[in-house]
Design a protein around this ligand. Structure first.
Ligand code: NAD
Length: 300
């Protein structure tokens, strides 16, 4: 039986680890927060005494941590040895956190230099997708390692795409979320413009959702209440996908735009708008709540 160390049992990690345990894997979880370890245990995830104790016994080490610095620190260690030193040679390191492409490549290089194998496998689908086991995985790394990880990925997700070599899973994630941030703002601006022109929300929705303005930000995450009853706008902008997470992902896009020199003006504008949105109450709201900022900042 494949043994999986699962490090990081937060909003996403706990349900993902629980799905692996339900899927017949031998899972050993760990989080720095003892309460989260207890919640995961209650959800059926056996807990190790430390991250290294979990890694020592694992065939696959999955990390689901807040940001790149946490992944690199966990791999490298500090006063204590890191996961790379604790694991047996040849262990497959699978990082599912959303981190920068260059950080993902650095993490994979460290893993390979320590005698291991590595994949980046960020996800989309949020906490609901993690709970239902319907996450989308975007994976970067060697084909043989992708094949070895696939049974575990299938226990946690519904759509699994091998995007290419190391870092390209994170590249796909950052590009997709840049499209999402830009289109959510574009849809919100169009609704506010329509309001000013006397157009009803429903009429604009009926036209745009069947015309060339059609996109996920409109037809699933419609930023006004009414046309799509399940969109967060109908529920006081309860996330959904929180503004803080969109701001984080667009911050990664900004880093990658700077690294590559791409003339991505709309991506950078979306980044600055979401950074401002997430600096206030928008951090905890669905990111479609940016429509309220657009209304407030429109001249009377
Ligand atoms: P979270 O903050 O709820 O969970 C991260 C966990 O990692 C925390 O519980 C923290 O205590 C733990 N941790 C940090 N360093 C650790 C270490 N060295 N050892 C053990 N545990 C450690 O975050 P989350 O919402 O679960 O997101 C995790 C990752 O997934 C992030 O990179 C996020 O951007 C990405 N993501 C989140 C969502 C979402 O909807 N929440 C969706 C897609 C992607």
């Amino acid at each position: 039986m494949t043994t999986i160390a699962f490090i990081g049992l937060g909003h996403m990690g706990r349900p993902m680890a629980a799905n692996l345990a339900r899927g017949g894997f031998s899972v050993l979880g760990f989080d720095l927060v003892p309460e989260l370890c207890e919640e995961a245990r209650a959800a059926g995830v056996p807990i190790a005494a430390s991250a290294n104790e979990a890694a020592e016994q694992a065939d696959i080490v999955i990390t689901m941590l807040p940001a790149g610095k946490h992944v690199l620190a966990a791999y490298r260690g500090g006063d204590e040895p890191g996961l790379l030193e604790a694991a047996r040679p040849g262990t497959l390191f699978l990082d599912c956190s959303t981190i920068a492409v260059d950080e993902a490549r650095a993490a994979a290089e460290l893993a390979v230099a320590a005698g291991h194998r590595a994949l980046d496998a960020p996800v989309s689908g949020g906490v609901v997708g993690a709970e239902k086991g319907t996450l989308a995985f975007m994976v970067g790394g060697e084909p043989a390692d992708f094949a070895a990880a696939s049974p575990a990925l299938e226990a946690m997700g519904a759509r699994i795409v091998h995007c290419g070599g190391g870092g390209l899973g994170q590249a796909a994630k950052v590009c997709n979320n840049m499209i999402l941030g830009v289109t959510q703002i574009a849809v919100a601006e169009a609704f506010v413009l329509g309001e000013r022109l006397g157009l009803s929300h429903q009429a604009l929705f009926d036209v745009a959702s069947n015309a060339s303005g059609q996109c996920w930000a409109l037809t699933t995450n419609c930023p006004v209440p009414g046309p799509v009853p399940t969109s967060p706008a109908n529920n006081s902008y309860e996330p959904g996908f929180a503004g803080a997470l969109m701001a984080k992902d667009l911050g990664l896009a900004e880093q990658m735009i700077a690294l590559t020199g791409v003339d991505a003006q709309l991506g950078l504008l979306a980044q600055s708008r979401y950074a401002a949105f997430a600096a206030g109450p928008g951090a905890q709201q669905d990111f479609s709540g940016i429509i309220n900022t657009i209304r407030e900042e429109s001249v009377e």
